[in-house]
Write a protein that binds this ligand. Structure first.
Ligand code: NPW
Ligand code: ATP
Ligand code: MG
Length: 371
């Protein structure tokens, strides 16, 4: 059984020919980009929906629609290859949480591109992750000339570039830190991703970078921003030149997404609000009163996986009208909140992010059984 009965043949067609070859991957991404652009600019029902008020997403139904079945004909990689760009001396937990969550939800391969200091630590958390110790912070090159620094930067970009075409989605920012040299390299990685039409989720310190250089994501329809309360405040101040207005939360989010050229924004909070500048959806089901750090990292890894899966659905004429980015956000938000609720039932005040990650599998299984 594949994703849903109506799309069996279309999905089989779309995945039967060497999906890992880079030319078919590029073609698929180009087709997807054109569809996404057309959908966001001209799709009438979407425009009509944009005029209506925010609606609660049916997150469970989205989860059932986008989650692929475990078809024995599928090969390693077809359920998603995700890469997290993050991890530095201070933060090793955040990239781990994002990358391992992607695997626990159902991606086949999860990579982490981090600094040399962070790599052995992240590897030691899990043998499941493919960890690339390639990023450099200023302190490691402080004695270098400008020319030598440029060479280091080219090497970093080259290391990521040779993998780029293989990824279905990047997560840029969990535990990245704010080192200027490192962030300059990451901005070039974003340009590479855009050139290859690879979708990316921007979170944590990636949002710090983007807020100060909004052109990095502006008008890229495959960009998803997942700000928390602070990150959202900084984005609103920078882009809309005003303060966050809770009375007009939905309209303000829509304006923000529109102003950034139709990127998708998932504003995290008591209810998660999602907009691409046209529609606004909320996800309020489930949830937990524990606010331990790392839950946003689970979410960013989840958005990457569900976005990749929703993108595969696009070849089917019966696929949902919402973009893969919106579907990915709704699915990831619903699943994280269900897993957090389940973990809280078991662990109460001692609930940690690792406990929530352990509940991802059962939460998805309850909604969408594997067999
Ligand atoms: N284990 C790890 O490795 C983890 C690493 N992480 C990584 O850390 C990096 C920075 O991300 P971040 O989330 O700490 O930065 P940001 O949002 O600026 O918050 C900074 C401070 O703002 C405050 N504050 C928070 N909420 C608030 C509220 N509702 N209303 C008002 N104030 C509020 C609160 O400080 P307080 O004011 O309480 O002292 C908070 O500490 C980033 O790379 C991320 O990925 C995390 O993913 C976690 C797990
Ligand atoms: N007040 C709240 N009530 C219920 N759920 C919430 C609340 N705030 C956040 N959440 C849930 O927790 C998820 C993570 O949001 P949060 O604001 O903690 O992200 P974050 O600060 O980026 O986390 P991280 O510590 O990983 O950086 C959200 O998607 C949302 O589902
Ligand atoms: Mg965060």
């Amino acid at each position: 059984m594949l994703v849903k009965h109506g799309v069996i043949s279309a999905l089989t067609r779309s995945t039967s020919h060497s999906p890992s070859s880079s030319s078919s991957t590029v073609l698929r991404r180009q087709q997807f980009l054109v569809r996404t652009l057309c959908a966001s600019k001209t799709h009438l029902p979407k425009l009509i929906r944009a005029m209506s008020s925010t609606s609660e997403a049916d997150a469970e139904s989205v989860l059932r629609t986008v989650t692929p079945s475990l078809d024995p004909k599928r090969h390693k990689g077809q359920a998603g290859k995700i890469a997290v760009i993050g991890g530095c001396r201070e933060y090793t937990g955040a990239p781990y949480f994002a990358a391992i969550s992607a695997l626990k939800i159902g991606a086949d391969l999860s990579h982490v591109f981090c600094t040399k200091d962070a790599a052995p630590v992240i590897k030691s958390y899990s043998p499941e992750l493919i960890v690339h110790p390639v990023l450099e912070e200023s302190y490691t090159i402080s004695q270098f000339s400008e020319d030598e620094k440029r060479k280091v930067q080219d090497k970093v970009i080259g290391e990521v570039d040779k993998w780029m075409e293989r990824f279905d989605c990047l997560v840029i920012g969990p535990g990245l830190g704010r080192d200027p040299f490192l962030l300059e390299c990451v901005s070039k990685i974003m340009l590479l991703a855009k050139k290859s039409n690879v979708p990316f989720v921007v979170d944590g310190d990636g949002l710090f970078l983007v807020t100060n250089s909004i052109d990095l994501v502006k008008s890229y329809p495959l960009a998803v921003l997942t700000p928390n309360v602070n990150e959202y405040k900084r984005l609103v101040q920078k882009v809309l030149n005003c303060e966050v207005d809770e009375e007009k939360a939905e309209d303000q989010l829509r304006s923000l997404a529109k102003q950034i050229g139709g990127v998708t924004i998932l504003r995290k909070g008591k209810s998660d609000l999602i907009s691409d500048g046209e529609i606004v959806k909320s996800v309020s089901i489930y949830g937990s009163p524990r606010r331990c750090g790392g839950q946003g990292d689970i979410l960013s890894g989840g958005v990457a996986v569900f976005l990749s899966w929703a993108q595969q659905l696009k070849s089917d004429p019966e696929s949902p009208s919402e973009s893969p980015a919106i579907l990915g956000c709704m699915a990831a938000s619903g699943l994280l909140r269900k897993a957090a609720s389940l973990a809280f039932t078991k662990h109460k005040r001692s609930t940690l992010t690792s406990d929530i990650i352990e509940c991802l599998g059962k939460s998805l299984e309850d909604i969408c059984p594997a067999s």
